[in-house]
Structure formats: structure tokens, C-alpha cells
Design a protein around this ligand. Structure first.
Ligand code: SAH
Ligand code: SF4
Length: 392
């Protein structure tokens, strides 16, 4: 059963029409330091001011400079003149019968004046809470089983819009330390969102710099303070950026494999024609820091009569040999207009057993939030490229 909680929730502090102030959200340490310099903070104080601002923004979740009680009134006023602490605007919030939440978020106008939309999903589990965030509006790639793939790329998200999804989700599920209504929080970490996966809309490695800045803020001990091991970047296989991601970003890595021969994978993930399986797996072998303690996750969507045979499972075992890997078998999540069908349950079980017997932990991911189209690959927004002549 789906509950459409609210439509068009006005978020007073997040988006103010015609407000031309810049958001402080998602600025790297360097960029924020440059801003502090611009508003006249002496060099000696900059580090301390930065720490204070990050503390209030990312650890306490405040919207308003007035709440930053240890920052001087004078500096607060100067900042408020030019900046806001932004959030995306919630268009709809849906809660699935299994507790999964999905938000359709409207972004602040970009330089062309367009306000695009993306989706973000929160998946609560007993021992963790995972937030699935988007990195692009739409996607340039056209994986044939993916709903997002039917939506053309509209644009990359800024670092602020990527971090903003985590901030907004923390607001909505009351995941800030000061929010007493949210107690008790999971005892292990004291917060609801313990993990972040870049598995929403878009290909994160085609938006490398913004994704890198956003992950650095999310993982910074003075930022959102999530461990990099709990942040997973999922890629469809942009080979030249994989090793670079390991060096420069250092999050956990997931690869959308889905096929065990180039012939099958070419059909499912057309990017495979450019970067075939052998090259992809070579990049995985060279992923910095990969080890048995830090395994690469291989995602494998189970498609009936396409990639789910015993021969596929055996080929998969061979392909992964020598790579510290785990496999996530994802039952295909249908969407309107797709020709694919999810594999039968016993077929998935047989497939998983072959992998498990070969020593690869391969949980079958229980589909979450299917009733609100929040499961893997079901995300899509109505945002479309608008030609200049169509813009108002
Ligand atoms: N672009 C990145 C990240 C977003 S997709 C990537 O492709 O890895 C997140 C995961 O959902 C990917 O593994 C993707 O292949 C998978 N997926 C896409 N459509 C799906 C569907 N309909 N059912 C199940 N999984 C799907
Ligand atoms: Fe893009 Fe990933 Fe969907 Fe492929 S699976 S179309 S890369 S979002």
C-alpha cells in the first residue's frame, strides 16, 4: 500500500523564489575558505570559522545563520546577505508499506532558469539505513533494463545538490542529533542514515568532480562524518575513471555487470561496446585499496531468459576469479513499458547457490519500495531538456 504523504511541501528555509543568493551547501573546504576571505575574515581566523560553519551546516543541520550561536553577529550578517544554506524542495514524499521512502525533489533554478527534478530513496533496515542518491538528472547511457536510461541526460548535479539530498533526507527523517522526537535512533551509530549509495539516477563517473567534492564532504569528520567504506559509488563501467575514482575518491565501489559475455552485456549495458568486460575487470583488479576486507560489489540484475542460466553463473564465477568480490543479485524491477521480466525465484536461488559454493557471498537483494517505484532502476523524473525557444 502506498501512502502519498504530502504533495508540494513548501520548505520555507530551502528555496525562496527569486532569491539570488548562493548556497553554501556542497562547497569544498577550499572554496569556502575563499568565500570567507572575500567577506573579510582574516586568514588567522579562517580555519576556525570554517570549522564552525561546517559544524552547524553538516553536523547540526541548521538552515539559518542566526542559529550559529558561536559565530560573530557581524559575520553572520555578512554571510546572510550573500548566501543561503540551501536544500532541494520536496515535491512529493512517498512511504512504501515496507518503510522505504522516496522523495521527488525539485532543484533550485540552474543558470538557464530551469528547475529540474531528481529522486532520492531511503531504505531502512534493522541494522542500518541506506540512502540512495542521484548524481545526474537523467543519464547519457541507455541500459535497456533501466527506467532512468529512458530519460535523456538533462544535466549533472552540482556537489551541493548531491550533498543536499542527504541533508534533505536527514531533515525529513529527523536524523539530526538535536531532534529529540526521533529517538531512539539505531544504537550502533546513533543515526538513521548510516550508508549512502550512488545508485539513484545517473552515472556518477560522468560527473566526476562534483561527485568527488560531495563524497569528500559526506565523509569528512567535520562534515557529514560518514565513513568512506559506507559510501558506495556504483558505475556501469566507465573504465578510464575507475582507477582514478579509487585514488581520488576512495569510496567503496560497485560495478553494474549484469552480463557474462560481451554479446549479452552489449545489449544490456551498451557502454560495454566501448569498454568490454575484460577491460572492466582489469580496472577492478587495479582498483586502489581493493582487498578481501574491501571487496568490490558486482551488481547483477536477474532477467528471465536473458542472463540467468547455470552457464551464466559459472561464467560469472570464472570472470571474478582473483578479484576480491561480492555479488548482489538484484531481482529485476519492472517499470511501465519494459519488455524484460524478472527471473523465477528458483532460478535466482540456483544462481546464488553456484556463486555461494564458489566462495562469493551473493545475497539476493530483496526488492524494496517497489510499490512506490523506488526500487533499483525504477527512478525517473519528468525533467526534460528544454530548448531555448521553449523556455519561458
Ligand atoms: N548508473 C550507475 C548507478 C545507478 S543504477 C550504474 O549503472 O551503476 C543503480 C543500479 O540499479 C545499477 O546496478 C543498475 O544496473 C540497477 N538497475 C537499473 N535498472 C534496474 C531494474 N529495472 N531492476 C533492477 N536493477 C536495476
Ligand atoms: Fe544510467 Fe545506470 Fe540506468 Fe545504465 S543503469 S541507464 S548507467 S542509471
Amino acid at each position: 500500500m502506498t501512502t502519498l504523504l504530502q504533495t508540494a511541501i513548501p520548505l520555507a528555509a530551502s528555496y525562496i523564489p527569486n532569491d539570488t543568493r548562493t548556497t553554501l551547501m556542497g562547497l569544498s573546504r577550499e572554496d569556502l575558505a575563499a568565500i570567507l576571505e572575500r567577506v573579510g575574515v582574516p586568514e588567522k581566523q579562517r580555519k576556525m570559522r570554517m570549522r564552525q560553519l561546517w559544524h552547524w551546516i553538516y553536523q547540526r543541520g541548521v538552515f539559518d545563520f542566526a542559529d550559529m550561536t558561536d559565530v560573530s553577529k557581524e559575520l553572520r550578517a555578512k554571510l546572510e546577505d550573500v548566501f543561503v544554506i540551501g536544500r532541494p524542495e520536496v515535491v512529493t514524499e512517498q512511504i512504501s508499506s515496507d518503510g522505504t521512502r522516496k522523495w521527488l525533489l525539485r532543484l533550485a533554478p540552474d543558470e538557464k532558469g530551469a528547475r529540474h527534478e531528481v529522486e532520492t530513496v531511503y531504505i531502512p533496515e534493522e541494522d542500518r539505513g541506506t540512502l540512495c542518491i542521484s548524481s545526474q538528472v537523467g543519464c547519457t547511457l541507455t541500459c535497456t533494463f533501466c527506467h532512468t536510461g529512458t530519460q535523456k541526460l538533462v544535466r549533472n548535479l552540482t556537489a551541493g545538490e548531491i550533498v543536499g539530498q542527504i541533508m534533505l533526507a536527514r531533515d525529513r527523517i529527523k536524523d539530526w542529533p538535536d531532534d529529540m522526537t526521533a529517538n531512539p535512533k539505531p544504537p550502533s551509530s546513533g543515526r538513521y542514515i548510516t550508508n549512502v549509495v550512488l545508485m539513484g539516477m545517473g552515472e556518477p563517473l560522468y560527473n566526476f568532480d562534483n561527485v568527488k567534492t560531495a563524497i569528500n564532504i559526506a565523509a569528512d569528520g567535520e562534515g557529514l562524518s560518514l565513513s568512506k567504506r559506507r559510501i558506495t559509488l556504483s558505475t556501469s563501467g566507465v573504465v578510464p575513471e575507475i582507477v582514478r575514482a579509487g585514488t581520488e575518491i576512495g569510496s567503496a565501489l560497485a560495478i553494474s555487470l549484469h552480463g557474462t559475455t560481451d554479446e549479452i552485456r552489449n545489449k544490456l549495458v551498451p557502454l560495454n561496446k566501448k569498454f568490454p568486460i575484460a577491460e572492466l575487470l582489469e580496472a577492478c583488479r587495479n582498483y586502489p585499496g581493493v582487498s578481501n576486507a574491501k571487496r568490490i560489489t558486482f551488481e547483477y540484475v536477474m532477467l528471465k531468459d536473458v542472463n540467468d542460466t547455470v552457464a551464466d553463473a559459472k561464467r560469472l564465477v570464472k570472470l571474478l576469479s582473483g578479484i576480491p568480490a561480492k555479488v548482489n543479485l538484484i531481482p529485476f524491477n519492472p517499470w511501465p513499458g519494459t519488455a524484460y521480466v524478472c527471473s523465477e525465484w528458483d532460478v535466482i536461488e540456483t544462481f546464488a547457490e553456484i556463486l555461494n559454493n564458489a566462495g562469493y557471498a551473493s545475497p539476493v537483494r530483496t526488492p524494496r519500495g517497489r510499490d512506490i517505484m523506488a526500487a533499483c532502476g525504477q527512478l525517473k523524473s519528468e525533467s526534460m531538456k528544454v530548448r531555448a525557444s521553449e523556455r519561458v
